[in-house]
Design a protein around this ligand. Structure first.
Ligand SMILES: NC(=O)c1ccc[n+]([C@@H]2O[C@H](COP(=O)([O-])OP(=O)(O)OC[C@H]3O[C@@H](n4cnc5c(N)ncnc54)[C@H](O)[C@@H]3O)[C@@H](O)[C@H]2O)c1
Length: 374
């Protein structure tokens, strides 16, 4: 049984009930500098501790593991502090926004007694789990091409997102494409597209509202993955998904969030028609809740949660394809068993570095650059 601390009550709030319900977790605490948000969450969930800063929580001598859901710029320093304190650390994406910082986290994780996991939602969303199953049953055949895009309008987001380099947040697309290809990114060519308006420029270091990259994967046969990220000045409703194509079958993410995925399956060429017959089928992608501990299973979908102590029931979300309970279960299981989590330091680096190098390629006008191998 481990005691778990959540850091950040924005996205972090969506994980509180999952940790409270997990059979491997004892106490659940929260770090949140906004005093009103902290006390509201501590009261609503009946949490076992609340702190204004991570330092204060680490000094308390309590808590075995920490899940960081603070703004991106704090991820590296907070990861290093948690690991140095002897605790295990889960971090929201991205692991880091520079190659040097990836190295620092990897070095710290290698020296630590605790475990490190990057909480990549894209690797546990039901659509990804279904695509892996299609690949593993041979329905896709040999892979030919992969592509994905994350398009989100960040107007109105906290000011620290202004000017954020899109490719430095590419993990939600890079992760499933590399996972499906069972490969690493070897090199990349990336172009920026559009020109950020002054109001969106932030510190001015990134000029692009959209970046699009072609990655060469390190597979024996040539295989290419295209990744597009856009955060501003692109009138597209939110999408965060991928398409994967093989010689026998393909699966495409719905063009509108929440709609059905589309599977294409090729039959044999019959000699009477040009091209092979390709059946197009809309599929309701199944949940994989059965692999979760019983109390977490209902929460791959939105629902109501009754916190301890007879507190009023709360409406709880289930964004990102039902992935959150799976992430919680994998992190807690790895810490309890003292084993490498599914997205440990090396895999987190292999997922995070391609976007960092892609942004560098875009800044250099599309120069082909190698991606470090971890
Ligand atoms: N699909 C995903 O994996 C996914 C989705 C959304 C957000 N995220 C990540 O989760 C993190 C949090 O996102 P968000 O939308 O809640 O951000 P946010 O800025 O809205 O909220 C973060 C919370 O952290 C608090 N905070 C600020 N500084 C802090 C500090 N130094 N220590 C502790 N807490 C601090 C803020 O007061 C706020 O309540 C980000 O890193 C984001 O990239 C991941």
């Amino acid at each position: 049984m481990i005691d778990l601390l959540v850091v950040g009550a924005g996205f972090g709030r969506d994980f509180l009930h999952l940790y409270q319900l997990h059979p491997g977790v004892g106490a659940v605490g929260l770090v949140e500098p906004d005093a009103g948000r902290l006390s509201e969450a501590v009261d609503a969930y009946g949490l076992d501790g609340g702190y204004a800063t991570l330092d204060e929580a680490l000094r308390s001598g309590r808590w075995d593991a920490v899940h960081l859901l603070s703004p991106v710029r704090f991820h590296v320093a907070q990861t290093l502090a948690v690991l140095a304190s002897g605790r295990s650390c889960a971090s929201a994406v991205p692991m880091a926004t520079s190659l040097d910082d990836i190295e620092r986290v990897m070095d710290a994780a290698a020296a630590a007694s605790g475990r490190y996991m990057m909480m990549e939602t894209a690797l546990y969303q039901r659509e990804y789990l279904h695509a892996v199953r299609l690949r593993d049953t041979g329905a896709l055949g040999r892979l030919t091409y992969l592509r994905g895009s994350h398009m989100q309008d960040l107007d109105g987001f906290p000011p620290y997102w202004m000017g954020y380099a899109p490719m430095q947040y590419a993990t939600h697309i890079v992760a499933p494409l590399l996972g499906l290809a069972e490969a690493r990114a070897a090199s990349v060519v990336c172009f920026g597209s559009g020109e950020l308006l002054p109001a969106h420029r932030g510190d001015g270091s990134n000029p692009f509202p959209l970046e699009s990259a072609l990655f060469r994967l390190d597979t024996p046969a040539p295989l290419t993955a295209q990744v597009t990220l856009s955060f501003f000045e692109n009138a597209r409703s939110y999408t965060e998904g991928f398409d994967v194509y093989g010689d026998l079958g393909a699966i495409e993410w719905p063009s509108v969030e929440g709609a059905a995925s589309v599977v294409h399956l090729a039959g044999p060429q019959d000699g009477a028609h040009r091209g092979r017959p390709i059946e197009r089928r809309e599929v309701e992608v199944p949940d994989r809740a059965e692999v979760l501990p019983g109390p977490l299973r209902p929460y791959t979908r939105p629902g109501r949660y009754r916190p301890p102590g007879g507190r009023p029931a709360l409406e709880v979300h289930a964004w990102h394809g039902g992935s959150h309970p799976h992430l919680v279960h994998e992190f807690i299981s790895a810490v309890v068993a003292d084993r490498e989590p599914a997205v440990g330091p090396a895999r987190a680096a292999a997922i995070t570095a391609p976007g960092i190098v892609a942004h560098e390629s875009a800044l250099q006008g599309g120069r082909m650059l190698d991606v470090p191998r971890y």
